[in-house]
Design a protein around this ligand. Structure first.
Ligand code: RIB
Length: 310
């Protein structure tokens, strides 16, 4: 892949959630009222924001995280893990009360179901973002998701629009967005169910992308799991990015891996399709291993998979 050598790279700034994932591995996702015997249990760092930050940092790109963890035992472990991954944590505050947690089931085929209890993430109010405004304004790109209060995400988007900083918004979990959002977002990256949430029905990817662009977005990357990704740019091209066939054991954080790596590849000067192909390769490696942050691949691993498939 093309890399632009830069002496001073503006950091990716991720404003988002930091969770401890409590993961039960199970033969299948139980139906309501059913009890199953699990096959394993992991306590492992997650959170859509932190996952995206780690995915980008694993490629050696400078990344700063803005968020909050609790003053519990998980809070210190989550901070330590971000630091070990190379993510800057000067803008991660420790606040009284519990850290965010996610109760996760991972089925034998890699599928998952997730319930997030926000904890400290729910305390990242606009007043905290005001204190981080200088960091946000100097970002190469800002990555957001929807696990922080919506008024906080809106303020971040407004700051970025004012400063001319590109924004990648992962609308996960899907939630209503203020009208101003659409024109403030450079890349919108829903999965299939999230895209359907913002449209009247669930159209084919080509239609979904055009309908989303019509809201005022610059670019849409529809994440379609094993089908690959479909990208479209306002007034420009649209095309599929093919998947990398792998045997999935854990899909938790695969979409986050895509976003973090996609951001790096875009900032390194790749066109969106080359960047998405690089990100798809990274996500394909991620799903072959357990854990969200623990399984984010290195640049060498991604390059190796791409070399195998060309
Ligand atoms: O996208 C996966 C993530 O969603 C998990 O790590 C969990 O913490 C939730 O935020």
């Amino acid at each position: 892949m093309v890399q632009i050598m830069q002496t001073t790279r503006k950091p990716i700034v991720v404003v988002g959630s930091i969770n401890m994932d409590l993961v039960a591995h199970t033969p299948r996702i139980p139906v309501p009222g059913q009890t199953l015997i699990g096959t394993g249990f992991d306590t492992t760092p997650g959170g859509k924001g932190a996952n995206q930050a780690v995915a980008a940092a694993r490629l050696g790109y400078p990344v700063q995280m803005v968020g909050m963890v609790g003053e519990d035992v998980f809070g210190q472990a989550l901070l330590d893990n971000l630091t070990r991954a190379g993510v800057g944590t000067a803008a991660v505050a420790r606040v009284p009360g519990p850290s965010g947690v996610a109760s996760i089931l991972v089925a034998g085929n890699g599928e998952n179901s997730i319930v997030v209890v926000p904890g400290a993430n729910g305390k990242v109010y606009p007043a905290y973002i005001d204190k981080q405004a200088a960091l946000i304004r100097c970002a190469g790109m800002v990555l957001c998701q929807l696990e922080l209060p919506i008024e906080t995400v809106s303020l971040v988007l407004a700051l970025c629009a004012e400063a001319g900083v590109p924004v990648m918004l992962d609308p996960a979990p899907a939630a209503p967005l203020p009208d101003a959002t659409w024109s403030q977002v450079t890349w919108f990256t829903p999965n299939e169910t999230e895209a359907a949430f913002y449209l009247d029905k669930s159209p084919e990817p080509e239609d979904a992308a055009q309908q989303l662009l019509a809201k005022g977005l610059h670019g849409v990357a529809l994440k379609r799991g094993a089908e690959g990704a479909f990208l479209a740019v306002a007034g420009g091209e649209e095309a599929w990015v093919k998947p990398f066939p792998v045997e999935a054991v854990d899909t938790v954080g695969a979409g986050d891996c895509f976003n973090g790596v996609f951001a790096v590849a875009l900032l390194e000067g790749n066109d969106p399709w080359a960047a998405a192909r690089f990100a798809s390769a990274a996500a394909a490696i991620k799903v072959t291993r357990r854990g969200a942050q623990a399984s984010m691949p290195s640049r060498a691993e991604v390059d190796a998979l791409l070399a195998l498939s060309t």
